[in-house]
Every structure is written in structure tokens, then in C-alpha cells.
Ligand binder design. Structure first.
Ligand SMILES: [Zn+2]
Length: 250
């Protein structure tokens, strides 16, 4: 079967990688954010905000110039991003933003279903009033962002909802894994042209929080899975491959 990789327009996207400012803190204990981590954070954010598109070449020299660091540090950052499967390193060609295959995309959603249904099942019975209030505040922020024409920020805050839930459970491993899966989900949504509107997504978040507030574990899990199924179903993961026996039936 021929691969169905959409010819993606190479945007002049490296300009989109804005260096994240070094965290300024008075505390002597707080460790400074290393250059490598700043590059990793900037590229990850640019991907999750859909400013960097799948397949974009990430030139070591350009990034080194942008961040005013050596190419060795850039290489370290790209290596880390490749371990997170956000970047692909190709021998003698360089680094590119990953282009998840349809199969990988299905795997990402499978994992999200496993992790997020378990998260909901555990968090729902123990969620506090303060956390519900925090979720309501997040939903209000989502709604405000929807009113803005800034699509990038919109995607980011909608994805954040899922990470906020993971943080509330207090499981740092889960939070990290889910953050990575969500960033990959942004790449997937770009690759396979998600048609789920941000408004629909936001409404589904509201229904999930309502179930959390009612401490209705069964409904919360069902709505979480429905939301993820909906997200996956609106991707065009199936290449146009008509069943010849149907098409050519005489
Ligand atoms: Zn969502």
C-alpha cells in the first residue's frame, strides 16, 4: 500500500521557535533552566501550538544561532526530542519534526484511552472542591481562548485540560507520559486534519467536569472515552483505499 503522506508545506517555521526566556528567580536553590531544556521546551511548545508542522526541517545551525548556543547543545536537545518521538533524526539529512503514521496515531489514542480512563476512575472519587473550582476556572479560560482568533493558543489550552487532570491526581509519571502523548496528538491532528471543532471539544470537557463534580465515576469514565473516540474519529487516518471488489463489482 502506498504511503499516504500528505505533502506538507514546509513553512518557514524555524522563525516560529521562539526562545523561551530563562527563568529568573531570586532563589539560589532553584536550578537554572539549561540551554538544552530551553530548546526542548521551545520546540515542544511550538509543536503543541501547531506553529511547527510535521516534516519541518530543524536546522542545527539556525537553532544554535537563535538560542546563541553551540551546535553540541542543539544536538543534545534534538536527541532528547527524538527520544520523545517528536523529532526524527535522519543520518546525513538532519532533524525533522516527526510525521506520525496512521498506525502510530492509533497507538497514541489507544494509550490515551488506557491512561485517561484509569486517571478518571482514580481521580473522580477523591477530587476536592478546590480542584473542581480549578477545573471550572480552566474551562472558563478555554472558553475565553475560543473567542480569540489565536488557534495556536486554543489547541494548547484544550490539550492542557487533560494534563491538569493528571496533575491533580499527583502522579508525576502519568503527567509526563500524558504530556508527551498530548504533544504527539497535536502533530497527529495536524497530519490528519482533525475536523473536531474546538467548541465541541470544549463542550465535552464541560460535560466531563460536570460528571467529576457529581462524583459520578461511571459517567466520567464514559465521557472521557467518548471524547477520545470522538477526537480520533475526526482524524482522516484511513487513506483513500477503496475496496476494489466493491468498486469494480459488475
Ligand atoms: Zn480534550
Amino acid at each position: 500500500m502506498a504511503s499516504n503522506i500528505t505533502k506538507l508545506k514546509a513553512v518557514d517555521s524555524l522563525k516560529q521557535v521562539k526562545p523561551v526566556n530563562r527563568t529568573k528567580t531570586k532563589s539560589a536553590i532553584a536550578s537554572p533552566v539549561s540551554s538544552t531544556q530551553r530548546i526542548v521546551a521551545s520546540i515542544t511548545t511550538a509543536i503543541s501550538e501547531r506553529r511547527l508542522r510535521p516534516g519541518t526541517k530543524l536546522s542545527e545551525q539556525t537553532i544554535a544561532d537563535l538560542f546563541k548556543v553551540s551546535r553540541t547543545l542543539v544536538r543534545q536537545a534534538l536527541n532528547q526530542l527524538s527520544r520523545d518521538q517528536l523529532v526524527v533524526l535522519e543520518p546525513s539529512r538532519g532533524a525533522f519534526v516527526a510525521m506520525p503514521s496512521a498506525q502510530e496515531s492509533r497507538e497514541v489514542f489507544d494509550m490515551r484511552r488506557v491512561l485517561e480512563s484509569d486517571l478518571t476512575r482514580k481521580l473522580c472519587p477523591i477530587i476536592t472542591h478546590a480542584q473542581i473550582a480549578e477545573l471550572r476556572a480552566h474551562l472558563r479560560a478555554e472558553k475565553e481562548t475560543l473567542a480569540h482568533p489565536n488557534v495556536a493558543g486554543r489547541t494548547h489550552i484544550l490539550g492542557d485540560f487533560h494534563v491538569v487532570l493528571a496533575m491533580m491526581l499527583g502522579n508525576t509519571v502519568l503527567t509526563k507520559m500524558l504530556s508527551e502523548l498530548l504533544t504527539r496528538s497535536s502533530l497527529i491532528a495536524l497530519m490528519y486534519q482533525s475536523t473536531l471543532s474546538a467548541t465541541e471539544s470544549q463542550e465535552e470537557h464541560v460535560a466531563i467536569v460536570d460528571a467529576f463534580e457529581a462524583r459520578d465515576v461511571k459517567t466520567a469514565v464514559r465521557l472521557t472515552l467518548k471524547h477520545l473516540d470522538h477526537l480520533e474519529a475526526t482524524l482522516r487516518l484511513d487513506p483513500f483505499a477503496p475496496d476494489l471488489s466493491q468498486v469494480l463489482r459488475v
